[in-house]
Design a protein around this ligand. Structure first.
Ligand code: DAK
Length: 262
């Protein structure tokens, strides 16, 4: 795995769990071009590293990510906007399509591009002081990293419309109520809770976890018949893995399975 040093993020590992900490606290981890390029680089490295089974993304300081960098964006022309947008979209898509499960450990503000980044992850765990919102319309833009699409899918059309049109910022407790967040914990327990969930996932059969992720992601994008047919295929493929034999044999033998990602 990479030992590269980055200016705006840190990467660490706890066993098979990878942790990206976005670290540009002076600007509340706002996504400028340099940070996005570094994120792209580390996500690529993780996608090629078979030893990382679950990824956690979190932020340094009082924010997860306070959005795209307004200072950088302010003077963009449309060509620059397009370039920035393409970079961001490619990073977010890469995170969403990582074959391993991802958890956003949301430690503070997750606004605009920050909320969109959290929504690219499979699971969101928030600290009690986290805040979520898509405040773009207050800045003269609409959400640009798929916030309209992902918020509507996660929280439903009514809430997505309300939050995006009003630019309201909501606390973690409300984000949990509307389905945007899986779980809310006290700030000091955030990383522990994220790591505990990551460990639980990492203890299961990883090929089956990854096939499930594929079936969920494909399923949400397609009609129900195609989605179910795809799910059936990945289900069948599990029977060609050693981990399926091990999982079921361990059940019959009344012991804990030892999965090998094979
Ligand atoms: N960008 C740049 N700097 C930011 C920032 C941001 N998004 N958010 C905060 N900062 C900076 C502040 O300017 C301040 O810097 P200094 O003045 O100290 O130099 C420092 O971080 C600390 O912030 P505050 O002093 O404001 O801290 P407070 O606790 O008082 O307030 C806050 C925290 C999060 C409520 C406030 O900072 C705030 O409202 N921030 C902006 C939040 C926001 O509007 N986020 C949405 C950004 S728009 C695109 C696709 C997507 C996007 C754009 C284009 N394309 C496809 C082209 C995405 C757009 C967005 O995300």
């Amino acid at each position: 795995m990479t030992t590269k040093q980055y200016n705006n993020l840190k990467f660490s590992k706890e066993g098979t769990i990878g942790i990206i900490t976005l670290s540009r606290p002076k600007a509340l981890n706002a996504l400028n071009t340099e940070l996005l390029l570094e994120l792209k680089d580390i996500v690529k490295a993780i996608s090629q590293d078979e030893t990382v089974h679950v990824l956690i993304i979190t932020g340094d300081g009082k924010a997860f990510v306070a959005g795209a960098d307004i200072t950088e964006m302010k003077d963009f022309n449309s060509v620059m906007g397009l370039k920035y947008g393409e970079l961001g979209a490619s990073v977010f898509k890469k995170i969403e399509n990582l074959k391993i499960p991802t958890i956003a450990a949301v430690n503070g503000f997750a606004l605009g591009g920050g909320c969109e980044l959290a929504m690219c992850c499979d699971i969101r765990i928030a600290s009690e002081n986290a805040k979520f919102g898509q405040p773009e319309v207050g800045l003269g833009i609409s959400p640009g990293f798929s916030g309209c699409v992902r918020l509507a899918r996660l929280a439903g059309l009514a809430k997505a419309r309300e939050l995006i049109y009003t630019a309201d910022i909501i606390p973690a407790s409300e984000a949990e109520k509307i389905g945007l967040v899986n779980k809310v914990v006290p700030p000091e327990q955030l990383m522990e809770a994220a790591i505990e969930m990551a460990r639980k996932i990492a203890s299961k059969a990883q090929i089956a976890v990854r096939y499930s992720k594929m079936a969920i992601n494909k399923g949400i994008e397609t009609d129900i018949e195609t989605a179910i047919a795809f799910e059936n295929q990945v289900f069948a493929l599990c029977f060609s893995t050693e981990d399926q034999k091990e999982g079921m044999t361990a059940f019959v033998d009344k012991r804990v399975p030892e999965f090998k990602v094979k």
